[in-house]
Ligand binder design. Sequence first.
Ligand SMILES: [Zn+2]
Length: 202
Amino acid sequence: MTPEKFESQIQWLINQGFTVVTLKEYFAIKKKSGFINERTIVLTFDDGWKDHYSTVFPLLKKYGLKATFFIVAGSVGSSSYMDWPQILEMQAAGMDMESHSLTHPKLTTIDRKQSLKEIKESKQVLEDHLKGPVSIFAYPFGYYDQQIIQMVKDAGYDAAVTVSGMNAGYLMRKDKAFTCIRYALEGREDLETVARLKRFYP
Ligand SMILES: [Zn+2]
């Protein structure tokens, strides 16, 4: 995704009258009113890459938008990842910082004790730095199963997200809040076509 294309997509969303909220806000609205306007959209960014600070953050500020960032807690400050001061600056500007594990493994393929550590300790590390609740988890690569969902719940998260294509959210539909599907935009797509496909645009 180029910055130019991302900016034109932001402009398209605004022109179409979409309301952009963070995922934390989305769940809060849903909990309070039990209803979400269909023209509500959540922008999420995974892994905590440096360009989320240098490129995405300035563009979001330019248009007065907020987004949710899923941070790989164990990678903060290393090579191509954001550091804590950058993450804190974004949080102070209203960005929603949530957990994307400690080291980004496929949680269903590693030792279950290690999976639990990834889920619990990432929350702890993030909360220690952010000085506030981290309540949403993004499964690395979208990998989850019933046991992983249970671990995420037991660790105290309120919700979890996957990506379309990975289990596609069909598994454990009864746990909808823990298998929220996202649509990945990588730059080749036309946002209007995607919006139609997903039926949130006529
Ligand atoms: Zn990731």
